[in-house]
Design a protein around this ligand. Sequence first.
Ligand code: TRP
Length: 453
Amino acid sequence: MHQREHFNSRLAIVLALAGSAIGLGNIWRFPYVVGEYGGAAFIIVYIAFSLCISLPIMLSESIIGRHARKGVYCALRDLAPRRPWWKWAGLVAVLGAFIISSYYSVVGGWSVDYMMRALMKGFSPDAPDNVMGIFGRMSSSVWEPIAAHTIFLGLCAAIVMLGVKNGIERFNKFSIPLLFILIVGMLVFSVNLPGARGGVEYLLKPDFSKMTAKGLSCALGQSFFSMSLGIGAVLTYASYMKPDQGILSAGVWTTLFDAGFAIMAGFVVMPAVFSAGIAPGAGPSLVFESIPYIFAKMGAASPLLARVASVTFFLTILIAAVTSEISMLEVCVSQLVEQRQISRRKASILVFILAWGLGVLCSLSFGVLGHVRILGSGIFEFFDQLSSNYIMLLGALAFAIFVGWQMKKADVEAELTNGGSLRASSRLFKFLYPVIRYVIPPAIVLIFITNLL
Ligand code: TRP
């Protein structure tokens, strides 16, 4: 039996969880959903949901993972040997991780492509309007996005192949602090652009009229996605925690880092958007169309500054995407290693090949396979919706029910409080346990129904 690897320190587990959480969801998605749903009102609801609903789910996943010391499928199988359906829930989670890792890598590839563009030629100031067309041309072509997807996925699979300590921990240790330095630097830069005030006000002015049922469900969905819940990524990372590391503090720090990073990303993107006079509701194309346009405009006045700013921006997105992608790949790799007993090396290569294949189909759905419909959606869109609207929610529901109703209360308490030695955790447990049992499951069901409507 080989020894199970561990994260080296408390800091390492927080950095790993934060690395999983901070990703495209924070930089690419958060700013535009804030734009769609009423600025500060959305941010307030988002923080409340993250602390009251997402955090308890994150703790549930951590409790299962560390208690079992296994990845998601084997954990649910071993902790509930007489209820075989739990392991099927684990398998669905692994499938979810696989699907997300495939299409996420396509967007990761776009950020590789944009970073290279920024580095090699910059965004031309001669025709800033033309810059907005780059995204459509690039993403709908065949080879360029596939090459970028291959580079991105290959890099991530290589990190996972190196192992938990030598690959994942080492990469996160330098990249998460770097991400915070980069985002703070860009924040200072962005809010000082001429005309940036409009963007700051836009983010600070709360418009609660937009907080409809749809807005609320969107805030919760965004929080789930951003905190990497529901597919066993947190569970798998927590299975590498040592017994003396605190689950509660790791969860709280991760939630704060994740929300803090998302809000900072909002204050990087929106002031720049206002400064360039672009409509803030541009939606998903905000980062890949509006931002390069801003850099191109800036380049007319100061080419060097524009170059540095654009490389920094896309490098930040790229690093954030890598640290998230490796957490999803690890879910699949740990499953193969534990259940199929194959080596980490072989498992990483196998997952790379499979995720690459599905990713290629997703990538081509922006171009030559654009006509292919699965239940009425394009390929990329279908897998995105299947995983974010269904698998992640069902997974989160399963983990909450597992901790609330399947595991023994004493085991749950011992895991959260390290056998009673953590005082704050012991006090919180009294509130947390009923929340996991009675509040989280109906809340998730409600969101699920809203999504179906
Ligand atoms: N949280 C990441 C982001 O914000 C994406 C991510 C990583 C994820 N692991 C996940 C999403 C697991 C869902 C489930 O971009």
